[in-house]
Design a protein around this ligand. Structure first.
Ligand SMILES: [Zn+2]
Length: 337
């Protein structure tokens, strides 16, 4: 049986930012192969794992891209300016260690540090930050890094607390793990099932749009991370708690979930004895919107995994929520509509 923590480690080791997801796709494809009938990639790189059925098309989507940093300029001193790939909280990046694909490591630092004694750290922007890779000149830096190279958080998944994982990229690699765990549990289903690992969600839900156009599903369910109300740093008033089960989303900034799909998910949860949480996310969007509104559209819903410290080098997720989330996705996959 797939182990949630080991899965998280395997996917994190292959993680790449939006637009460069193929290493992660290969790892996911290999793990998913025994659980599906066919696999293919959309023209823009989303991985589709199909388990054939004679009934309607049900599409699940979790995004396999992660947020990253791209080098834009190398100074005479050998310091790197960078831009964001996906959404970052600049203040949270100060003193974060990063890793480039070739193994070069660096630390994110604040320009003109002394000037910040009087200013609020919350006003830091990406332009106030740079990456120090311990080079002493542009030439030395260019031997290690080029403009356009991508940096990732240099943190590894670790287990902590009572069954939690502290990890970069829980958003959304944990959801990819959950889809794989759900696929492993599938029995025979009438539904024609499509498990899609989408690209470029963090830069505008792009992979889910093209995947939806390719598949033309009758219904869709996205799986993603959401804030949790017990995250004091996030200052979100919401009833969702870490470790209290997956959520069934009502709305986020990108979508109002289909009441039909929400009812479908609730019925599946009730019959399988799975506790869920109601989620309204007042910031952020998900692949749900792309499924619901691409080409002719399809009714869509979303299951989220509660996370603390989301979009940071150390996100916190619960293994219990992963396991219950996988059960809920499997129950939805087996239920006809
Ligand atoms: Zn996400």
């Amino acid at each position: 049986m797939l182990n949630p923590f080991e899965l998280q480690c395997r996917l994190t080791a292959a993680a790449m930012p939006s637009g460069y997801e193929s290493p992660c796709g290969e790892v996911i494809a290999e793990i998913a192969r025994p659980f599906c009938d066919e696999q293919w990639y959309t023209p823009t790189g989303s991985l589709v794992c199909r388990k054939k059925g004679s009934g309607k098309k049900l599409m699940f989507a979790a995004h396999m891209d992660v947020i990253g940093l791209m080098v834009t300029y190398i100074s005479d001193d050998g310091y790197l300016s960078f831009t964001n790939v996906g959404g970052h909280q600049p203040a949270a990046l100060i003193h974060t260690t990063v890793r480039f694909q070739d193994g070069t490591r660096g630390i994110i630092r604040l320009r003109d540090q002394n000037d910040w004694a009087e200013k609020p750290v919350s006003s830091v922007t990406l332009r106030d930050l740079y990456i120090d890779i311990a080079a002493c000149s542009r030439e030395e830096a260019e031997n290690m890094v080029r403009v356009g190279d991508l940096a990732l958080f240099d943190t590894k998944p670790r287990q902590t607390g009572d069954g939690c994982i502290l990890t970069p990229y829980a958003d959304d690699l944990t959801a990819c793990c959950v889809l794989l765990m759900a696929m492993e549990q599938l029995g025979e289903s009438q539904n024609d099932l499509y498990f899609v690992f989408t690209v470029q969600e963090e830069v505008g839900l792009k992979g889910a749009m093209t995947a939806t156009a390719c598949i033309e599903p009758d219904m869709g369910i996205a799986v993603d991370g959401c804030y949790s109300g017990d995250d004091l740093a996030a200052d979100m008033e919401m009833p969702v708690r870490l470790g209290c089960g997956p959520t069934i989303k009502i709305k986020d900034q990108s979508v109002i979930c289909s009441p039909f799909v929400r009812a479908f998910m609730r019925t599946a949860a009730r019959e399988a004895g799975i506790a869920w949480q109601d989620e309204i996310l007042t910031a952020g969007g998900t692949d749900t919107a792309a499924i619901m509104h691409t080409s002719k559209g399809a009714p869509a819903g979303c299951m989220s995994l509660p996370m603390r410290n989301i979009h940071s080098p150390c996100e916190l997720v619960s293994i219990h929520d992963m396991e219950q989330g996988a059960r809920l996705i499997a129950a939805c996959a087996m239920q006809t509509f």
